[in-house]
Design a protein around this ligand. Structure first.
Ligand SMILES: *Cc1c(COP(=O)(O)O)cnc(C)c1O
Length: 425
């Protein structure tokens, strides 16, 4: 304990079971005091430039006054009322706005509080779609190596099967059909064969353009067009999990737009509220919705989280959409893409680097060899930046509003890290 530690830290930390953390050996988390813009202020007064916007959520930067005002207004009027038998302005407005901006005829919005639950709902929709429409039991999914869709049981089952969490729970998980992304004709042919060989598949689920948590792995728009065509030919639903890619991260409001295709169901989360409140959504197409729209109450979608359509969350999400309309967010992402290419591109020449990938407001440097992730994280903090490598990917996914100086500090830190890895090799 240093003299700067706040009094709540030691008292509480032993009781706080932290995410993805070996509580015995993990380094102490940094106590924070405040956030602003692209900066995190630590309890001891130090400031870190944030390279990952709190798990990719705070796309307008922290503490944007428009979001804080919307939250304050909603809190004083009505923090929340349940959507069982009641409804409120913010959920209605947000549903209509998401329907208006979502690709294709994705017009029907179901709200939840976390991305994992939004994916759970999408999976339930897909299974019940077939049950309602044809009476068929189609209870399995096709999913992709490198994918990540959440931490709950159903979502774990469609994550990359080699990934640690999946292996740990393998016995408890439904077995899904795992495939390679159809990035070329050969992989497309294999997926076509897989879809044709199994009549138990309800839907194919994919993170469009970027597999985020799996290490910022990117594929092209043609891959998504192939996927759409293969799903149509096989007659299965297609789910785009846009929890990471949605709201501008890849340069378009939704990654689906870049491919010019619409999925049957799309999941949203993370940046939906600009990082202010937990809220997620599952958006269904007319075709999916109509399979539930019936005189038979048994065909209703059987899901209803306590906080569905949380009024505070919806109010902030509406304010976030206002910002996308009022401020040049997508142009900022375009500029960020150029800056990331200029800064990270040259690192590809280093023998320590296997690959550099940039799309929209995501830049990733894949190292040639594994490295000590914890040591590098700590080294970044020493340098005044908050960057958390995923596996062998050192990546940046900052706020779209990050200033040139802060971005330069992040890029410099990544370049120095590469130099350090090179020297250690
Ligand atoms: C983060 C993420 C999820 C899970 O969202 P949570 O809010 O953490 O439950 C699901 N899918 C993708 C693509 C994600 O990036």
């Amino acid at each position: 304990m240093t003299h700067c530690d706040p009094d709540w830290l030691d008292e509480g930390l032993v009781h706080l079971w932290r995410p993805y953390t070996q509580m015995k050996t993990a380094p102490r988390p940094l106590p924070t005091r405040a956030t602003r813009g692209s900066r995190i202020v630590l309890a001891d007064g130090r400031e870190l430039v944030d390279g990952i916007a709190s798990w990719w959520t705070a796309v307008h930067g922290y503490n944007h006054p428009a979001l804080l005002d919307a939250a304050a207004r909603q809190l004083s009027q009505m923090p929340h009322v349940m959507l069982g038998g009641l409804v409120h302005e913010q959920a209605c407005r947000l549903a209509a706005r998401l329907a208006a901006i979502a690709p294709g005829d994705l017009d029907y919005v179901f709200f939840s509080e976390s991305g994992s639950v939004a994916v759970e709902v999408a999976m339930k929709m897909a299974v019940q779609y077939w049950r309602n429409l044809t009476g068929e039991t189609r209870a399995r999914f096709a999913c992709f190596r490198g994918g990540y869709h959440g931490d709950t049981f159903a979502t774990m089952s469609v994550c990359d099967p080699e990934e640690g969490m999946h292996a740990l729970f393998a016995d408890a998980l439904p077995v899904q059909h795992v495939a390679d992304l159809p990035t070329d004709e050969a992989a497309a042919a294999r997926l076509e064969t897989l879809l044709a060989a199994h009549d138990d598949i309800a839907a194919v689920i994919v993170e469009p353009l970027v597999q985020g948590a799996g290490g910022m792995r990117m594929h092209d728009a043609a891959t998504l067009r192939r996927l759409r065509a293969l799903c149509d030919a096989a007659g299965v639903l297609l789910i785009f999990d846009e929890i990471f890619t949605g709201f501008g991260r890849t340069g378009a409001m939704f990654a689906a737009e870049k491919a010019g295709v619409a999925p049957d169901v799309m999941t949203l989360g993370k940046a939906l509220t600009g990082g202010v409140a937990p809220l997620a959504a599952t958006v269904a197409s007319r075709r999916v919705f109509e399979a539930f729209y019936d005189d038979d109450p048994g065909k209703a979608l059987m899901h209803g989280p306590t906080y569905t359509g949380h009024a505070l969350g919806c109010a902030v999400a509406n304010a976030s959409l206002d910002l996308f309309e009022r401020e040049p967010r997508l142009a900022q992402v375009e500029a960020l893409e150029k800056a990331l290419r200029a800064a990270l591109g040259p690192l590809a020449a280093s023998p320590a680097v296997a690959d550099v990938r940039v799309l929209g407001a995501v830049g990733a440097v894949e190292t040639a060899r594994p490295f000590d992730v914890e040591a590098l994280r700590a080294w970044f903090i020493e340098r005044g930046v908050f960057i958390r490598p995923l596996g062998q990917a050192i990546y940046l996914a900052p706020a779209y509003t990050i200033g040139a100086e802060d971005l330069a500090a992040l890029a410099r830190a990544v370049a120095d890290a590469v130099e350090r890895l090179e020297a250690a090799a």
